[in-house]
Design a protein around this ligand. Sequence first.
Ligand SMILES: Cc1cc2nc3c(=O)[nH]c(=O)nc-3n(C[C@H](O)[C@H](O)[C@H](O)COP(=O)(O)OP(=O)(O)OC[C@H]3O[C@@H](n4cnc5c(N)ncnc54)[C@H](O)[C@@H]3O)c2cc1C
Length: 463
Amino acid sequence: MKTPCELKNTKGMAVGKDRIERFQASFRGEVIQPTDFAYEKARKIWNASIDKHPGLIARCAGIADVVAAVNFARENGLLVAVRGGGHNVSGRALCDDGIVIDLSGMKGIHVNARNRTARVQGGATLGDLDRETHVFGLAVPAGIMSKTGIAGLALGGGVGWLVRKYGLTCDNVLSFDIVTADGKPRLANSEENEDLFWALRGGGGNFGVVTSFEFHAHPVSTVLGGLIIYPRDRAAEVLRFYRDFTQSAPEELTAYAALIHTPEGVPAVAVVACYCGDLTEGQKVLKSLRSFSSPIADAIQPMAFPQMQTLLDGAFPEGNYNYWKSTFLRELSDDAIALLVEHANRATSPLTGIVIEYYSGAASRVGVAETAFAQRQAQYDLIFLAQWTEPGESQLHIEWARTSADSIRPFSSGLYYLNYLGEESEDTIKAAFGPNYEQLMAVKKKYDPENFFSLNQNIKPQA
Ligand SMILES: Cc1cc2nc3c(=O)[nH]c(=O)nc-3n(C[C@H](O)[C@H](O)[C@H](O)COP(=O)(O)OP(=O)(O)OC[C@H]3O[C@@H](n4cnc5c(N)ncnc54)[C@H](O)[C@@H]3O)c2cc1C
């Protein structure tokens, strides 16, 4: 085990104990230091591959704490990480030596059923949000796993079961409360700080600490959803059917395909579907999928939306090792499908999978320049998710993901979804921002000229 580190500035100089004590005395939340009992748990995220040792974790209780933490970090020249749900696969929520501004204690949610809006603090998870909105028969379009943080997800776009009908999560943000690098709390919406409002809808964690979001919620309560699982030897035909089925399906339906193993370790291919409209109509829409070929299991049924949102939680337990590669495809051609099946059959762990997601619909009707999120026309998104339990095997599984991603390159559009990127090159990050990168650099320069918020999919302040 590494010896407890101390708080150091970016030049490697230790920050005096007296300064830390003064900061602690002014803080309402928890200041967690390497010698504290709570530290080991607080420095971890779900992905065991991430092993960082921050010098200090400032678990904020409100906006005043966020302001205090930002000012303390700036005045002492600290490296800064911002933690929402901690789900970024490459551990951007954490840092070594510097300070983590941790929002996980800020989970307040207020739903206004009359206006169909939800105000949500920056540390809430999707599970927290779904629980509150569901009481009013509403839902905010977000991701598909209950433990993901709403903050990181919304700032990078946000795709999930409602994306085709109601758009990306960032398309449903009405306003942001944010603390910028100068320590000022600001509002960003269509009337105030409009450039910031534009940049926050797809520009990631580059512009400050978002303390709360106001979202538009939609009437979604019971959906028709679940998994259909087929044997792996039918994978190519199932994926070809999935491609044609998704192209012609109504926008109420979002469906992903996955080359996975069953919990018993049997290689399989699955389609996970969610229909968010009228249930009788949904039964008709899903009929062709459910009668295709001979599935091993068909668990599609009406369920409360929060239940749909937890169906896949078990596939990503805390403490396993994870490594991801992803890209958008130009098209899901027969040749691309054959290659994907070949790589799935060579997977080095039964926990590893390949997921294909199809969006289009409402998300594609927003103009590329209307928000910072640029990948509006992209259709099939592909993710190689390597997952394993033995730390000594890391290289083997990482190599599988890298080799698979390299081999699919001829079918890639060269574009990427920001939220699925792990540790990637500057060029890949730029490609994810696409034609909006220049404008994002200008907004970054205005609100964060010193690149104070750098541990993210970083946008350099324009020279
Ligand atoms: C198992 C799993 C399933 C996923 N499923 C989906 C999905 O269905 N759809 C989808 O779109 N994405 C999905 N993702 C990707 C997810 O959207 C991103 O990893 C996202 O960054 C997670 O947000 P977070 O707050 O949990 O992350 P964190 O790791 O806490 O933060 C990620 C980034 O956002 C910044 N950030 C976090 N909170 C704030 C804040 N309050 N203010 C400013 N910056 C902040 C961080 O600094 C960091 O750069 C999934 C990820 C995992 C691990």
